[in-house]
Ligand binder design. Structure first.
Ligand SMILES: [Ca+2]
Length: 99
């Protein structure tokens, strides 16, 4: 995939809905799941360092059913929490239930 332009995350605080919408554009094969490769592309678009490592860590943290991808509301919510802790994404309205 060459120089496709991705929508950036909104500036300032990000809600889980915004995060999910942003993440969805990296679902290259459209299967509704974010694989490690797809997450890596997402993190690269944020100009994050160590995108490969962070994608691996993010999927590992969020992939509750161990199918190798982030899928479903619960796993996206966990990834969202991971992004807040490790990727310096500012998160709005993060409920205690995500922990
Ligand atoms: Ca996918």
């Amino acid at each position: 995939m060459a120089f496709r332009r991705y929508r950036a995350l909104p500036q300032g605080e990000v809600t889980v809905e915004e995060f999910r919408a942003w993440l969805g554009q990296f679902d290259a094969d459209g299967d509704g799941r974010i694989s490690r490769d797809e997450l890596q592309r997402a993190l690269r678009s944020l100009n994050l360092w160590f995108a490969w490592w962070k994608a691996r860590a993010g999927v590992r943290a969020a992939d509750a059913n161990r199918d190798g991808a982030v899928a479903g509301d619960d796993e996206v919510a966990t990834l969202f929490a991971f992004a807040q802790r490790h990727l310096n994404v500012k998160i709005a309205e993060l409920g205690a239930s995500y922990y």
